[in-house]
Design a protein around this ligand. Sequence first.
Ligand SMILES: C[S@@+](CC[C@H](N)C(=O)[O-])C[C@H]1O[C@@H](n2cnc3c(N)ncnc32)[C@H](O)[C@@H]1O
Length: 317
Amino acid sequence: MSYLDLMPHAHREEIGKLRAEKEKLLASDKKGVLVYRKLLESVRHLGTGYLDFEGDVVRIGKAEELESGEQSKVEKVLRSLMPWRKGPFSIFNIDVDAEWRSNRKWRRVLPALPDLKGKIIADIGASNGYYMFRMAQHNPALVLGFEPYLHHYFTFRLLNGFAGVDNLQMKLLGVEQISLFEKSFDIIFLMGIIYHRSSPVDMLRDIKKAMKPGSTLIVESQAIPGKEPVALFPEKRYAKVPGTYFVPTATCLRNWLTRVGFQEVEIFFKHGMNSSEQRKTDWMAFESYSDFINPDNPELTVEGYPAPIRVYLKARV
Ligand SMILES: C[S@@+](CC[C@H](N)C(=O)[O-])C[C@H]1O[C@@H](n2cnc3c(N)ncnc32)[C@H](O)[C@@H]1O
């Protein structure tokens, strides 16, 4: 059975064409693909019946399930997939301390969620699937991760190759393709994405098309502090990140959602950022939050813009 059988209004023909293109890419011997395929093949024989997605750490496998020498082989593969941006994970008792403590975001989102049991869910910009695993705990019918980057896609494939959770699937697709999944989802997560899009309002319109009547959207975003409904548009970079376009205030983001036609739009959480939530670790060796902020004034980015806060909104169709 294809996951599309759960989505009677999805544009099957166009999705089928895209799927064929991606399958061709994934089966090709292009350098960027081959490296990942070889890594995954080296540990393909390993699996586990031990899964724990309830706590802050996503736990897949226990060391005692492995034969001698296999744990260091797994660690080598995991290290080859650095930088680890989202986590934490424990894979056969190897602790992967990622740059982001994503468990904190999940704890903030959880109380605002409808029951996920039996639901069809999209996680847009799913990265390595940390949140997808946390959703699996609630027995959804399907979580479809949209993730266009090979690195994240293969990292998820590795993790779910060990875990074997059938109702979690990731596709090499971006938010650009979401409207092909017409009226398909009960819940859509859009976390850490909107400020990376040059046309955020158009993106929200596309997302709305993919939602079933009565469904829920969860949006989490970087934001600037303030009550005015305005967005910052950086000249080049914001907090050193070049692909940042509009960084809204919470009310600006609420107005975007309302103007697109979402109902019951609610800002349910806001918090300041700090370097205990996003930091350099043994599994992510590059610059992180503390390098993005003015060392003499934590209220400003290195470019002199207001430092980011994070905001959480919920809306319904
Ligand atoms: C800032 S991260 C956020 C990850 C995660 N959703 C979270 O909240 O922690 C942005 C993610 O979006 C992915 N991404 C980049 N371009 C995208 C696109 N066009 N459509 C969907 N996701 C995209 C990136 O690869 C990355 O995994």
